[in-house]
Ligand binder design. Sequence first.
Ligand code: NDP
Length: 468
Amino acid sequence: AQSQIGLIGLGTMGGMLALNIAEKGFDIAVFNRTTSVTKTFHENAGELASKITPCESLEELVKSIAKPRAIILMVPAGEPVDQQIEALRAYLDADDLIIDAGNANFHDTERRAAEAAKAGPRFLGIGVSGGEEGARHGPAIMGGGEQQDWDRVAPILNAIAAKFDGTPCAGFMGKGGSGHFVKAVHNGIEYADMQMIAETYGVMRDGMGLDSQACGEIFAKWDEGALKSYLIEISGKVARATDPESGKPMLDIILDRAGQKGTGRWTVIEAQHLAAPVPVIEAAVMARNLSSRLVARQQGEEMFGAAPEALPEGALSADDLENALIAGKILCYAQGFELLRSANAPFDWDLPLPDIALVWRDGCIIRSAMLDDMASALSESPDRNLMYAPYFADLLKTHHSALRKVVSIAAAHGLAVPALSMALSYFDTMRTARGTANMIQGQRDFFGAHGFERTDREGGDFHGPWAM
Ligand code: NDP
């Protein structure tokens, strides 16, 4: 019998996704550029091997799949995806479907969708989150393209996706590159979540003098409260792990230079294009960039002296940090959802914000208990910034003072907390009805005659008496 779906690229993600698909009862044909990888993969598939058809050429792969065909690409984003689409064109019919499940830049997905609409085969771009483990046992899936194409493969995607209370964490986001856009914003939020957690770790380590084990225990405790999430859980595990070679805590021997593959940066660049404020995500990307300036930081410490000072006894508690992180997280997600909303008009999308929160509840890296509440708040009033939704506004009213306390005490003692600081600045800006841009407008009109609006009259092109 022919397979119900095909998959190209048996790397970390592709291999796991193929096993997941086979395990859910679907027959799958697989192909990998390096044939030995395909063979080894099939040999190691155990009892799932009977559901998997290993293929040594693209032609063989295409022939193994029932029409109309659906083929998942799980190869590195960029050029390899275009190469594979081009190579497949020779064998596929116009109503066959190529599904790019890698971390494509959504602009590329927009282009590929437009090309597919003209010349076929059909094209779907899906963002898949959850890493290797997620791919194997249930990722979160964000799809973009034509609804009919999503519907065609939805039974397979729903089956392999993570489930939250039985509901698949898979959803159709809209046309073209919308699925990959939502995945990029997910990754931007992921950067910000991780950075804020790292900042609380820094305050505990350098300000409160806690060792890694103690930090890990505090994270583990937070994982039982409002912050319950995958990232808090693994932070606790990372902090409590011991290096088998040196016997020291893992965190003490890991170099403080963060890697990145670019999705956080894409989010920030796109946010700038859309004039959408995402300061917490920007701070997180900035912090990763600065972390790589290792030598410069060492020189800085020699020149200016190490910044972090121990905090006075009792200045901050773990509860203060927990509450600050709750406030920071709400503000960061509020920004992320506002970014999603701001993409609708320019890209002619109608991104389903409540569904996005539902999809993110499980399977993906930012999965957390709070996303369920966010989904409820966004469905109640989809047009409102999350920070003003009653449930989250109440939490912010309770916890913003902890955020202020942590940021101000950290600043007073030289502990860098850029993402938490940005969350606080965003909060303060967003509750200040009369800000300071009147000065900016005065300056702009002074040097460039750009004009301004007045508080006491309608109309927009007033000028000041600067020449006088
Ligand atoms: P890997 O490097 O593990 O695997 C890459 C796969 O693509 C290999 O099978 C490789 O084949 C194949 N490949 C590479 N270049 C080409 C090419 N030019 N033509 C055909 N095949 C090619 O990558 P991952 O599985 O980690 O990532 C795949 C995609 O998934 C990426 O877009 C990534 O960003 C995304 N992703 C990754 C996540 C992760 O946690 N790793 C999470 C979510 C998304 P060969 O064996 O011949 O080298």
